[in-house]
Design a binder for this molecule. Structure first.
Ligand code: FAD
Length: 401
């Protein structure tokens, strides 16, 4: 059997690895638009911060693909799928047959609707090429603005601050990490971030990047301006459809898949940031991971359903561990929230229950219990009788099986 995988990111690579583990014979070919072997994207932050050297970015040692007998075609994008003939075409003009195809084309960074974003000194961070371009620019430009106070924006800010840049984070919403934190937790985080020398401007709309071809500053909707000779846009991502649309595959926000990661064409699957499953486009590693594994099993005809991923993330931002899982601002009928906070220590713990079941949590300023509480959220555990205890430092999660 011939399996072709489009995309050399986490989903494509993990699917290939799983396929090989499951079947030593199947023929696997991966096509990747980028010229590099697989690297986990969080490594780009470490690279940007100078904590990870170039050689350590990559997930596998040299020759891994050959040893796994996985054909790797780097620097080649798949430009066309011909479903009727079951072939793909690449940017190098080659054509390959497939029996089963996986679309793992990921996502690309959104350029916010800001005038002047085409100038020199304006960047996004999605790929290794992007990271290298940012680093090159920061060598002689030190006043940086990061547009976006979400996870990626804050991570970028922290990384380049560590390189000695003066950094301003601009966030459209009235708080940082609007998707992961509630207002109280976001206020604690902001104070911690500011202690590291990063400036934060909330509720601000950058209307224009000013400069005559080279970024010089930002003009806000309010009319005032700040200087910035490096602007990094971290305004979210959008699924990359690659050749899926032209091939007539059903799509909405992402490429539509069922619980077997199958598109509306039975021999074509999709997984990762490009896929939309039950109305969700996740854009996070745990989902790409679970989807790619499920896709690999199902591509070989071994039934493995995928029922969705509960978003959960632990990050260290400005020295604070921040974990956010499930629904973090449960309001309305049937919801109950419990909080324990010590703001001066950066500590904030919150659990959200719906009819006694744990549906969300924020765990900030401590790692202790973070993965355990995330697991309980994923399982939607009934914690009604222990809800007060859960927030205590001394609580032993082993007591909730
Ligand atoms: C800097 C950074 C840090 C991150 N940190 C975290 C984190 O801490 N936690 C977390 O959960 N998530 C994080 N993410 C998000 C996470 O990296 C993504 O969810 C994950 O990479 C998705 O994997 P994927 O394989 O679906 O897509 P991608 O990693 O985007 O890979 C898709 C690949 O397909 C290639 N491709 C696209 N079209 C074609 C084509 N037509 N032909 C051939 N190849 C093609 C692309 O070039 C790309 O290399 C981070 C993202 C970034 C950018």
């Amino acid at each position: 059997m011939n399996i072709v995988i489009v995309g050399n990111g986490l989903a494509g690579t993990l699917a290939a690895k799983t396929l090989r583990e499951l079947d030593p014979e199947v023929k696997i070919e991966i096509f990747g638009e980028e010229k590099y072997p697989y690297y986990p994207r969080p490594n780009l932050i470490e690279f940007l911060a100078g904590r990870l050297p170039y050689e350590k970015l990559f997930a596998f040692p040299e020759g891994w693909n050959e040893r796994q007998r996985i054909g790797l075609h780097l620097g080649q994008s798949v430009t066309r799928i011909r479903p009727a003939e079951r072939t793909i075409e690449t940017s190098a003009g080659a054509s390959f047959p497939y029996d089963v195809l996986l679309l793992a084309t990921g996502a690309r960074a959104v350029i916010a609707p800001v005038a002047g974003s085409g100038q020199k000194g304006v960047f996004v961070l999605r790929t290794l090429d992007d990271a290298q371009a940012i680093l090159g620019h920061l060598r002689d430009h030190k006043r940086a603005a990061v547009l976006g106070g979400g996870l990626l924006g804050l991570e970028i800010a922290r990384a380049i601050r560590g390189r000695g840049a003066e950094v301003l984070v601009v966030e459209f919403f009235d708080r940082l990490l609007p998707r992961q934190l509630d207002p109280a937790a976001a206020a604690i985080l902001k104070a911690q971030i500011e202690k590291t020398g990063i400036s934060v401007r909330l509720g601000a709309v950058a209307k224009e990047i000013v400069g005559g071809g080279h970024a010089r500053g930002l003009r806000f909707e309010s009319g005032d301006e700040v200087e910035a000779d490096a602007v990094i846009i971290a305004a979210g991502v959008t699924p990359e459809f690659g050749p899926a649309k032209d091939a007539g595959l059903a799509f909405a926000r992402g490429i539509l898949v069922d619980d077997r990661m199958r598109t509306d064409k039975p021999e074509i699957f999709a997984a990762g940031d490009a896929a939309e499953h039950r109305g969700q486009v996740y854009g996070i590693i745990p989902a790409a991971f679970e989807q790619a594994r499920a896709a690999a099993y199902n591509m070989l005809g071994m039934d493995m359903p995928y029922a969705g991923t509960v978003p959960s993330n632990t990050l260290k931002i400005a020295g604070l561990y921040v974990t956010s899982a499930g629904i973090v601002s449960g309001e309305g009928h049937g919801f109950e929230s419990l909080v324990r906070a010590v703001p001066e220590e950066g500590l904030y713990k919150k659990i959200v229950l719906k009819e006694g079941r744990l549906v969300g949590a924020i765990w900030m300023g401590t790692k202790k219990g973070a993965s355990e509480v995330s697991r309980l959220v994923a399982l939607k555990k009934d914690v009604e009788s222990r809800k007060q205890d859960l927030l205590e430092e001394t609580f032993d999660f082993a007591e909730i099986p």
